[in-house]
Design a protein around this ligand. Sequence first.
Ligand SMILES: Cc1cc2nc3c(=O)[nH]c(=O)nc-3n(C[C@H](O)[C@H](O)[C@H](O)COP(=O)(O)O)c2cc1C
Length: 177
Amino acid sequence: MESNMIILYNSKTGFTRKYAQLLAEELGCPALPLGDAPADLSGYAAVAFGSRLHAGTLDGWKKARKLLNSRGAKKLVVFATGAMPNGAGEQIRKVWEQNLTPGELDAVPHFYLQAGLCLEKLGAGDRAMLKVAGWAMGRKKDRTPEDQAFQDAISRSYDISDPKYIRPVADCLRELG
Ligand SMILES: Cc1cc2nc3c(=O)[nH]c(=O)nc-3n(C[C@H](O)[C@H](O)[C@H](O)COP(=O)(O)O)c2cc1C
């Protein structure tokens, strides 16, 4: 069944695109890169925006927020993908606090979906950022097991995504649409 929603996304290595496409299949609606967003979004009952976390920032959200507002998007839902597990509750809570305004924290449903890391598909800038982060962590004194886990996690590719993680986002969109 067609539904009156749209999923917009930014994706560098494909995890967010995959989740956006799964949501679109599940809901019977389009999924498009943010750059291809329709000029008028006012006709959609709900608009979802998904992107990766990038050093604690929801990549492209400031630009997306402006674009979605200026094109008349009404009900918004936001989802982030990242390398940390869904169980990293406190870290995830902080990410949302740092990226959404207090008003958005209340009004915009937001979800974190664990995804993974794909070093092979990253650009040079991203690779360099990870190298620097790993190097800095290696030099840190009194390293905790969490520090070690972080260093290990950014030194290799892995996929901890699963189609089932879209379920809460799909349910929320279904309710709004
Ligand atoms: C430079 C860099 C910084 C990252 N920072 C974070 C982060 O702060 N938190 C997190 O969970 N994942 C982080 N990641 C992992 C990405 O968010 C993750 O791989 C994401 O799912 C990629 O989405 P995409 O495939 O749609 O581009 C980072 C990745 C890179 C390359």
